[in-house]
Write a protein that binds this ligand. Structure first.
Ligand SMILES: Cc1cc2nc3c(=O)[nH]c(=O)nc-3n(C[C@H](O)[C@H](O)[C@H](O)COP(=O)(O)O)c2cc1C
Length: 397
């Protein structure tokens, strides 16, 4: 894979830190070409970046370093990643809405590969509805954000808005560049979120799954070039644009949808928290309160991941999840064997910041040959990338 990065620098007080970022990316083996906005030039000069990177910079839309060749198309085609760091609120909004009124935003329009944005701005600007909405649009499209940190910013306020650590941004760029083509031509089927098992027309049995891990897996698989289908139980989490999304409520619906899709999939990842039981009979009206005890008879639900594993096409990989209340992986290993899975992802949900509802997670990837790998505590998006790398590596090893 080519290792050409276009580094977009916009008009933030943190623009000077893009110099360190450019150098750090070069140290990590990337060729870095810098495109500055006009406002960035108020803070840093193009000659500084040219001296640091060894390549001519671009600023104005109509610059044409090679006569007769449109530079925005050339740069967009050659880039293996577009990194905008620091990204101003203005540039984020323009990229989100397809405005190309300078060279950087025009390159962004012409570019189709992995994109990483590291915002830096005043905390009020960062938290503003406008900026958050623009970021959400881009995140939906699979743009990778390295969020600013909390601290004192140049304007004297304290809050979230500080340009993230350069090493951290470089780590994420490396991860992003590596991943972008890993699953090209592959189909990935993901089950995600909780299921809802109706008790009556107003109530149901469900669980604490937020669907965040499934959405992160979908985004990671998309970034890796896969064709992705998500079968999602009821959740408010945003599923990235570009994914074929099938919404279901119950375990039975999830199974039915899965059976229709599974024969096409090269990878099946069962991240959904499927209810093990459902009420034997769901009332079509509303159960009324009384002083008498009420017993609910529950019947077992179908085992969705085991059924999908049984119907998966030869050579495909089926990966299950085991959310467990302790660090003991024994049950997960037994579950992997019993359900005929290619691997299982063990998730100790007794620890803080891991598993249900949290923004972070820690996973262990276990395979039938006894190998295990530990992700450490990561954001769910990073966990998802890590996990899909494990899956891909386990095939090639
Ligand atoms: C001294 C100064 C510092 C600024 N710092 C930031 C910043 O950190 N983040 C930001 O979003 N805007 C910042 N701005 C505002 C942007 O520079 C302004 O919105 C500009 O139009 C952005 O242009 P660009 O996105 O094309 O670079 C700053 C403005 C000034 C005058």
């Amino acid at each position: 894979m080519s290792k050409n990065i276009v580094l977009g620098v916009s008009g933030s007080v943190a623009a000077y830190r893009a110099c360190d970022l450019a150098r750090e990316l070069m140290r990590r083996g990337f060729a870095v070409r810098v495109c500055l906005t006009g406002s960035a030039e108020k803070f840093v000069t193009r000659s500084l970046f040219e001296a640091l990177t060894g390549y001519a910079c671009l600023v104005d839309t109509f610059e044409e370093p090679i006569s007769g060749r449109m530079a925005h198309i050339d740069w967009a085609r050659q880039a293996s990643a577009l990194v905008i760091a620091p990204a101003t609120a203005n540039t984020i909004a323009k990229v989100a809405h397809g405005i190309g009124d300078d060279m950087l935003t025009t390159i962004a329009l012409a570019y189709q590969g992995p994109m990483l944005i590291a915002p830096a701005m005043n905390p009020t600007m960062y938290a503003s509805e406008t900026n958050q909405a623009a970021m959400a649009i881009l995140a939906d499209r699979g743009v990778w954000f390295v969020e600013p940190t909390v601290g004192d910013v140049a304007c004297g306020e304290n809050g979230q808005g500080k340009f993230a650590d350069v090493q951290r941004i470089a780590d994420e760029v490396v991860a992003l560049a590596r991943t972008s083509k890993l699953l090209a031509g592959k189909k990935v089927l993901i089950t995600s979120g909780p299921t809802q098992e109706p008790i009556d027309m107003a109530r149901f049995i469900s669980n604490r799954s937020s669907g965040k891990m499934g959405a992160a897996l979908a985004q990671a698989a998309l970034l890796m070039g896969a064709e992705v289908t998500v079968i999602s139980g009821p959740t408010a989490v945003r599923i990235p644009v570009g994914v074929k999304l099938i919404r279901v409520k119950t375990a039975v619906e999830m199974l039915d949808a899965g059976l229709l899709e599974v024969s096409e999939a090269d990878f099946v990842i069962g991240a959904a928290a499927v209810a093990d039981y459902r009420p034997a009979q769901a009332s079509h009206s509303k159960l009324r309160r009384s002083d008498a005890h009420l017993s609910l008879e529950l019947v077992p639900n179908p085992d969705v991941i085991a059924a999908l594993a049984a119907k998966a096409k030869p050579g495909s990989k089926v990966i299950g999840f085991a959310a467990e209340p302790s660090e003991d992986t024994g049950y997960a290993i037994e579950k992997m064997a019993r359900k005929g899975l290619s691997a299982i992802v063990f998730n100790d949900v007794s620890q803080p910041n891991q598993g249900f509802e949290s923004e972070t997670n820690r996973l262990q990837f276990l395979t039938p040959d006894g190998k295990s790998a530990d992700s450490g505590l990561l954001s769910k998006t990073q966990c998802a990338l890590w996990l899909i790398h494990q899956v891909v590596d386990s095939i090639s090893s």
